[in-house]
Design a protein. Structure first.
Length: 135
């Protein structure tokens, strides 16, 4: 895959970054769940649903320490969401934060910063039990 400079990656619209970041994040969740052991697909799907929803992503995003560049991408993603785009099942503030987080994942993926991407994901993965218990 083609790697872009951080400057080139930041030039994409925040919603385009979130579009890509959504799939990057979900793939990482699916991989982590699969690595826990061979289990029924229904169990994997049910676990995935809890970890890719806007509420979970919003709570995770509140606990992350982002670099200045990542924070700028996050804010652009969070602020780019139109109220008409928010699903009725989601709290608008959570949906915006989730979109910001997805934009960061898209940005890091495009810029080829896999080490940082994996580090952020590991933080999110490690906090799953605590976040899910509070939902």
């Amino acid at each position: 895959m083609q790697k872009l400079s951080e400057k080139e990656a930041r030039q994409f619209s925040p919603l385009t970054l979130a579009f890509l970041g959504d799939s990057v994040y979900e793939l990482m969740i699916r991989h982590a769940l699969t690595m826990q052991g061979n289990t029924a697909v229904k169990h994997l799907h049910d676990a995935k649903i809890h970890l890719v929803c806007a509420a979970y992503q919003a709570k995770a995003s509140e606990r992350l320490t982002l670099t200045e560049a990542e924070q700028a991408v996050f804010q652009r993603g969070r602020n780019a969401v139109s109220t008409s785009a928010i699903p009725k099942s989601a709290v608008p503030a959570d949906y915006r934060k989730a979109t910001g987080l997805e934009a960061v994942f898209g940005y890091l993926h495009l810029s080829g910063n896999t080490e940082r991407l994996e580090s952020l994901f590991q933080e999110i993965w490690d906090m799953r039990t605590e976040i899910l218990e509070k939902q």
